[in-house]
Design a protein around this ligand. Sequence first.
Ligand code: NAD
Length: 533
Amino acid sequence: MITLRRSLAFSHLARYRSLSTRASSILNALEIPTSEPIHGVYDGAWGGSGDVHESVCPTTGEVLARVHAATPEELQTAIAKSRDAYEQFRHVPAPRRGEILRQIRESLAKKRDDLGALVSLEMGKIRTEGEGEVQEFIDICDYAVGLSRMMNGRVVSSERPGHTILEIPNPLGVVGVLSAFNFPVAVYGWNLALSLAAGNATIWKPSPSTPLCSVAVTKIIAKVLESNNMPGAIATLVTGGNDVGEAVVESVDVDMVSFTGSERTGRKVARVVQSRFGKILLELGGNNASIVMPDADLDLAVPAVFFGAIGTAGQRCTSTRRLYLHRKVAPEFISRLKALYASVQPGDPLTSGTLLGPLHNRTALDIYADAISKLRHADADILSGGRRYEHAPFDKGNFVEPTIAIPRSADAHDAIWATETFAPVLNVALFDELEEAINWNNAVPQGLSSSLWTRDIRNVGKWIGPAGSDTGIVNVNVGTSGAEIGAAFGGNKSTGWGRESGGDAWKQYVRWSACTVNFSDAAPLAQGVNFSA
Ligand code: NAD
């Protein structure tokens, strides 16, 4: 993402747009203008006259679009309109809100392949993963349609005669959704679907480097809202840089901030929201391990680790970054994994059959190069990869070799192990006892996903029990990456403790009240307190 000066006028920029057919066919299919700068703000009407952000294709380096962000004034207007929209929308019965979500689901499904291609074009993940991401949005809409008839409170027995206690969920307000570059559609989907079913308005601040995905998604949603005579600011969009994110986070008119991003930014965001006593949901970095026992089925485990480490070029929060192999199985596992790595070729993520797309941007290249340099410096054994692809046509994009390394030390507190490297770098260590591997799994600051490969039920008991894995996602014979929407998704410790998507996640998007109602002719105090004069 490159920010240009605000003074560049719409008409001036329009003269210089010229797009490849590869890009223009995708943008045309999603009604994204290809001949003029694009409005990056929607609050019932499209606008935006702030900084211009360039969307750059990670595969070719082509500038896909220039998008106008919100000025500070436009941002405040958008927040105010979201509030107004919420104040109307909270009166709409939940099942009717569900019907709107059903229509959003249908509209998204019609554009699934086009949107998936846009994710691939702008973010860089391969097409099947791009489409999978849109499918996730569709799935969570289905879930939230059902939820719209099941967001139930509770009736609690009262100790006082003629009294009843109700726990009531009501709409919460405006939910700010700040999202990361690597899931430019699905993360918003998880939040929008639950938040809308709950009767809230959302204000979405996407990653500055994936504005086109957010514009395309918002266009689809805006049409549905408008055709239902609902205020468009129920699903407000404010593209822009970190400054726009900061302003959303600081606003007391944003009741809850759902933040997905790095631990570094999450720490700042959490402090700001906490200092104004706002509600916060954090989905931060992951540093996920797979553990392979001697009885594991390697026909399942090797391809799963391969996908976990290389899928989305190692840029999933749930990517496998640490591999703990039992000493007995290590030689065979490593040899089979190396063979798979050797078979993978980089390519255009839009071309079917490509398994390895580019990193998202130049910053990611630096992160990769830094991690490799630290490994070399620490005298790690680099079994595969370790370099950038610098020959044509890959030199125009951000392509790197997926890397397997065996660091000299397995000390999980060492920065090599304890830091999330958002790139395809897989560090391997050997262990003798499951307990040792579980200790390593748990010793890092992050706690998102983990997986154990075994056929022995006793190992499973240790793994999912009280002294087992401490991550939010604890899998058995399933890789670390690729969760379904039905269960709550999220991680513990420095991953932020947030939960999104399924399970009980919806309960965070409502305002809970405990209401004691007295139907009787007396007004006794609780706990038998006597306060008569
Ligand atoms: P990032 O932290 O750089 O940015 C995330 C968002 O925060 C962007 O929209 C950015 O503009 C905004 N932002 C930056 N500074 C801000 C500030 N001071 N106040 C408010 N907003 C601010 O993250 P990224 O590089 O886009 O994404 C990669 C990270 O996201 C990785 O660490 C990855 O693990 C994590 N991630 C986590 C999950 C999860 O569910 N746990 C999912 C996807 C990505």
